[in-house]
Design a protein. Structure first.
Lengths: 317, 240, 650
């Protein structure tokens, strides 16, 4: 359990910059994550959103959930539009056409719009070093259009375009490691977060927004509709993802790895998989394959921490 | 409702609200450090200075504590205000140069280096932790040390009462200068404060074996909520 | 009216530097003398400005020593105050030790202005004023030290820290100090601080007239701080939490006798016992407290509070000889013969002034002196209530009698006072509460004759008064209006027109002089009578006054007695002298400019009227901790630091 959990809810900013009344599914982890992120961001932002679940549910004409300036981009060019806005603001301030007010550009996209079709624009924006924050809300498929697979879909998950059955186990490739790709661009700040650890998420988004330069945060968004799990288990499943090591929470600050939560012993991945319909078909063999890969990846992450970080900075659960 | 002017803009505000509330509503930025919307204001950092004219007198006051009055005139960006803010931030920067919050404030005001030296300190006496512990948590475990009659402001900082502290870490969460930090290692939570360490034994979940919260905190919550201690033998993750 | 080299006092600049002494412009607003205990004042620095009488003092050294004292009082509750003053002090240290840098003077000015405008409370903001004056007018002194890299010549100074409330308090309680401690919920420390100068905090927290509140600077903004009610909070907290008070028990020293266990006697004993003397107190009553016991009714001061505070004093090892009247059960001479090295007379003023109403005879049923009446009630003697009562007088005693009568069951209680409401010496809150409880007040009237039937009182013949020219007390003199006589029917008349000391225990052979007013004569500041080892203070010296003045007298007399016993002489210390010298210095806000938001005063809750009159239940309740914290937030911390540079004695 997150260490601040008991009293800190009363210390988190109360204003809802992402207004309720949007059309998200019951139990949507992504909407929760967006709401928390918006609390951390405050009002001096311009939010740039790709096509996807969040864009659709929050902006059905004539209503909007966005209490801050917001623009909807094409599916593939969120990072590019964000770059343009950032550069434009800089120029206008420099030319005295705008008062020098601190406005952060924040891009929001799903896993499809980030690790698939959006990766080109993202890589460019990160390489050019724009001062913006990129939030990827990862629900592990193209959920808006009906649960199609993406490069972020996990191994063994069943989707409509990679269904499980007699011939296939569903997704046959391992989940693309987007945070590592972002980190490979040597940007000042990369992090992973999950709304099941709300204060950790809020802190990370705040930190990312304060960075001068590109920052990338990958946010695990449980989707009960697409993952075929009960909508009241969103928070639980998010926690299990972290506790099994499937989605570890960490930061990479100027190249230094730091685990946000560590466990003396990771829970077996079975605890996480068995709650979701998309994994219902998995045989014990596949499950143990997943288990060994997860353990291996987690060990690699731990080694990164040791290699780059200060040993004392590691906080454990 | 009360009518007042802020930066030549006429606004209406609810009685009992502060200038800072009004500024936030009107989208006018006033930097703050020691104020928090869920805690009562104290005006200790002196950064949210604004210039007001009231009853024929003009001068500086704190936006976070001054209540709105009919006919009040407020300036949030005059030269006097900027000078006052710069001095306040410079003094803090000289005392706690490594704090990210203070650096951010300094950057926004264009301060690179303070023009004077001060003894470094961790706790800047902003009272956020004191207020959080008193108003939100309710255990009143934090007070100041080296204050009162034998005060020595060089040595003053906060101190936690070992009897009253339940290890909930709200203080660490809200401290803007990381003077209070928390480490959970194995079955022990250590809270590092400017005046010493406190250690708490963490409770182990019967089901998953993870250590999930300090036992003292659980006892306090069980007492306050009138629930039995057995209900906390299983951590929230493992409860059905 | 004085001639000095430079003055910026109250902001009016008089700069005589470079002029011949005859051509000096006069400074008109210096309300204090430039002599101090026979020595010349060379310079004076304080919140209201700088005064330089002669050029010998180095202004930079003075500024540094002044700010060093200021820094000790900086509360730490605002960043600009504590950190800003610290930087300024560091800079002044550098400059005055010859290590100043070029930018230092400008930096000093910038910090001073910043603190003046942006500090949180009155203290730091006003304390930097004289420093800014020196930068404006004595800049070359700073520059000289910086360029020459020489250290400033040092002087020694007399330092006094006070505040308007502290000066108004006869005992000079550190009020801003305990305000701060209460605000931070450090009740035990607050109590320790209060006890340093006041051994009866629970008593005074209920019954003190609160001279401090009349001078509280907060009343310029909204209303004065409820200092008296706040003083009670730590005392009550100690009682309810039953925390142990820590005292250093001494008592192996010389013997001192104290006559009178009233506030003055208790204060002197308390201080003397803490200094190591073996004290014996004599008192004629069955328990200690003096006027606090026999004069103040229990609805204002519950008896158990007084007893507890007396017990704390007793626990210091003081011997109480109660039920012992000096002059009757034992004489002063006998006491002297018992090996006491010093005696402190604090017998108070318990004799009611004889009523000059015609036909006032003791044998009539229904006539009583106010002091006797209150004493009887307070000592638990049964007093049968009469239906209708008139009380003559307008002081606290009269109001106490009136409210006591209501509680005894009297249905018709009227105070008759010869002047108008504005001149009533009683505490205004007392008068208001009395009226709310049902006491009627007849102003501008005076009973002149007692009307009787047989041995019972049936009424009082009264005459109306009008106000003429002011008399010696400054109040307008009441003049009877001829032909305006009228009758008030009543069953009882209580005369509460004043008290006087009963000095009948003095035989006249003791070398102790008595003044024209009938009080014991003592040397000012020293409290020493004509007989070297006999000291005196309290109501028996100044006439009927207040609890706080009595405690102040006890405190200071104890210091004198201690000095006498150790050295055989009493020479007032600098602390004593400056206390008196300061009385002439007004502690105003001419140069303070801070704006403070208005906040309502937190008043303690009063018991509902029906609940009050049933019994002698305490009327005023203690402020809750939350209310106390809120009220102390209003305190402006008006500490004033003063630095005097005085020529050394030859």
């Amino acid at each position: 359990m997150e260490k601040y959990a008991v009293y800190v809810p009363r210390l988190v900013p109360r204003r809802e910059n992402f207004a309720p009344g949007h059309r998200a599914c019951i139990g949507c982890g992504e909407a929760l994550a967006v709401r928390l992120a918006c609390k951390a961001l405050g009002q001096n932002v311009i939010i740039v959103t790709a096509t996807g679940c969040i864009e659709i549910i929050s902006s059905q004409l004539p209503w909007t959930s966005w209490r801050v300036p917001w623009i909807h981009t094409l599916f593939e060019n969120t990072a590019a539009v964000a770059s343009g806005i950032e550069a434009g603001l800089k120029a206008m301030i420099r030319k005295g056409r705008r008062p020098a007010k601190d406005i952060k550009v924040v891009a929001m996209a799903g896993d499809g719009g980030t690790s698939d079709i959006g990766v080109q624009a993202l890589s460019g924006a990160l390489e050019r070093g724009h001062n913006f924050l990129y939030l990827c809300f990862d629900n592990e498929a193209y959920m808006n259009t009906g649960i199609q697979r993406s490069s972020a879909t996990p191994y063994g998950a069943s989707t409509t375009t990679a269904p499980a059955g007699k011939e296939s186990i569903g997704q046959t490739t391992w989940k693309k490691n987007m945070p590592a790709i972002a980190a490979a661009h040597d940007i000042p700040y990369v992090a992973t977060a999950c709304p099941s650890y709300p204060f950790d998420l809020v802190e990370k988004v705040a930190r990312g927004a304060m960075v001068s330069g590109p920052a990338y945060i990958h946010i695990f968004s449980v989707c009960p509709t697409g993952w075929r799990c009960p909508p009241d288990l969103t928070i639980r499943i998010g926690r299990l993802a972290v506790e099994t090591g499937i989605f570890p929470l960490y930061e990479v600050e100027d190249g230094k790895y730091k685990l946000s939560f560590d466990f003396p012993q990771l829970r077996p991945v079975q605890d996480y998989l068995r709650l979701q319909g998309r994994f219902r078909h998995l045989s014990p063999d596949i499950i143990s394959e997943i288990q060994s890969r997860v353990t291996e990846e987690y060990e690699k992450l731990r080694q990164n921490v040791v290699r780059t970080g200060e040993p004392n900075e590691q906080s454990s659960f | 409702m009360v009518k007042l002017t802020i930066d030549d803009k006429v606004v209406e505000a609810e009685e009992g609200s502060t200038i800072l509330d009004v500024a936030n509503q009107a989208g006018i930025y006033i930097p703050t450090l020691c104020s928090h919307e869920s805690l009562s204001p104290v005006g200790s950092c002196r950064i949210c200075a604004v210039e007001i004219v009231t009853n024929g007198k003009s001068g500086l006051t704190m936006a976070c504590t001054y209540p709105v009055e009919a006919g009040l005139e407020v300036r949030t960006g005059s030269e006097k205000v900027i000078e006052a803010r710069k001095l306040a931030v410079e003094l803090l920067l000289a005392q706690r140069p490594h704090s990210a919050r203070i650096q951010e404030l300094a950057q926004k005001l264009g301060i690179e280096q303070p023009s004077f030296a001060l003894k470094g300190r961790e706790c800047i006496l902003c009272e956020l932790c004191v207020r959080a512990c008193h108003e939100i948590v309710g255990t009143d475990a934090i007070t100041f040390v080296a204050q009162g009659k034998d005060r020595d402001t060089d040595e003053a900082s906060v101190v936690h009462s070992v009897e009253k502290c339940i290890g909930c870490d709200s203080c660490a969460y809200i401290c803007p200068t990381e003077a209070i930090t928390v480490e959970d290692v194995g079955d022990t939570r250590t809270i590092n404060t400017p005046s010493g360490k406190l250690e708490f034994k963490l409770k182990k979940c019967k089901v998953c074996g993870n250590y999930w919260a300090p036992e003292k905190q659980i006892e306090y919550i069980a007492k306050e909520s009138g629930t039995s201690l057995e209900e906390y033998d299983i951590c929230p993750n493992c409860r059905d | 009216m004085s001639k000095v080299v430079f003055s910026s006092w109250t902001g009016k600049i008089v700069d005589n530097r470079g002029l011949d002494a005859e051509k000096y412009a006069e400074v008109e607003n210096l309300e204090f003398p430039l002599q101090y205990n026979g020595r010349e004042i060379e310079a004076f620095m304080s919140w209201n400005g700088v005064v330089v009488a002669d050029g010998r003092v180095n202004i930079v050294d003075m500024a540094y020593c002044y700010l060093k004292e200021v820094q000790k009082l900086s509360c730490g509750e605002c960043n600009v105050g504590y950190a800003g003053i610290k930087v300024m002090t560091d800079i002044l240290e550098r400059i005055s030790s010859g290590k100043g840098g070029e930018e230092d003077v400008e930096l000093l000015g910038r910090l001073g202005t910043g603190i003046k405008e942006n500090a949180k409370c009155e203290f730091c903001a006003s304390a930097v004023t004289p420093i800014l004056d020196t930068i404006d007018y004595y800049k070359q002194e700073y520059v000289k030290l910086i360029t020459s890299k020489q250290a400033a010549p040092k002087s020694s100074y007399i330092i006094r820290v006070t505040a308007p409330c502290m000066e108004a308090c006869p005992a000079h309680q550190d009020i801003p100090g305990y305000m701060e401690l209460i605000r931070n919920r450090r009740f035990t420390e607050a109590l320790e601080l209060i006890r340093k100068t006041n051994c009866l905090p629970g008593v005074l927290g209920r019954a003190c007239v609160a001279f401090c509140e009349a001078k509280c600077i907060r009343s310029d903004i909204d209303s004065s701080i409820a200092i008296r009610a706040l003083k009670r909070v730590p005392a009550d907290y100690e009682m309810s939490s039953q925390s142990e008070l820590k005292f250093e028990k001494k008592g192996n020293g010389e013997k001192v006798a104290v006559i009178g266990a009233g506030p003055a006697g208790l204060a002197a004993s308390y201080n003397l016992a803490l200094m190591g003397y073996k004290v014996t107190i004599y008192d004629e009553q069955p328990s200690a407290g003096g006027m606090a016991l026999v004069g103040i009714p229990s609805y204002r001061l519950p008896k158990d509070i007084l007893k507890r505070e007396v017990d704390i004093i007793k626990d210091l090892g003081i011997e109480f000889k109660l039920n012992t009247r000096v002059g009757k059960d034992i004489t002063l001479e006998q006491i002297s013969g018992q090996g006491f090295k010093a005696i402190f007379i604090a017998t108070g003023a318990h004799l009611g002034r004889e009523s000059d109403i015609e036909n006032w005879k003791k044998e009539y049923e229904g006539l009583i002196d106010g002091i006797d009446f209150l004493r009887n009630v307070n000592l638990g003697k049964k007093v049968a209530p009469k239906n209708r009562v008139i009380i003559v007088g307008g002081g606290n005693a009269a109001v106490d009698c009136a409210r006591t009568c209501l509680r005894l069951g009297c249905k018709d209680v009227t105070i008759v006072y010869r002047r108008s409401r504005g001149e009533m010496p009683a505490r205004r809150e007392e008068v208001e509460e009395a009226e709310r409880e049902g006491v009627k007040i007849h102003f501008l009237a005076l009973p002149v004759k007692v009307l009787t039937e047989g041995s019972k009182v049936t009424g009082a013949e009264c005459i109306r008064m009008e106000l003429g020219e002011p008399d010696a007390s400054g109040r307008r003199r009441p003049i009877p209006v001829k032909g305006s006589e009228f009758v008030m029917e009543t069953d009882m008349i209580i005369s509460a027109t004043g008290e006087a000391p009963d000095l009948s225990f003095l035989t006249g052979k003791e070398q102790i002089k008595i003044t024209e007013q009938g009080t014991i004569e003592v040397e000012p500041i020293k409290f020493q009578t004509g007989k070297a080892e006999v000291f005196s203070g309290g109501d028996c010296v100044i006439g009927p006054a207040t609890l706080s003045e009595a405690i102040a007298a006890g405190n200071r007399a104890a210091r004198s007695i201690d000095q006498y016993l150790r050295t055989g002489k009493v020479i007032p210390s600098d602390e004593d002298v400056v206390e008196n010298w300061l009385c002439d210095v007004a502690l105003g806000r001419e140069r303070d400019g801070k704006i403070f938001a208005s906040e309502p005063r937190q008043s303690p809750e009063q018991l509902a009227i029906p609940d009050r009159l049933r019994d002698f239940n305490e009327v005023e309740q203690c402020l809750s901790f939350e209310a106390a914290a809120k009220e102390t937030e209003r305190c402006l911390r008006c500490y004033r630091v003063m630095l005097l540079a005085v020529t050394s004695e030859k």
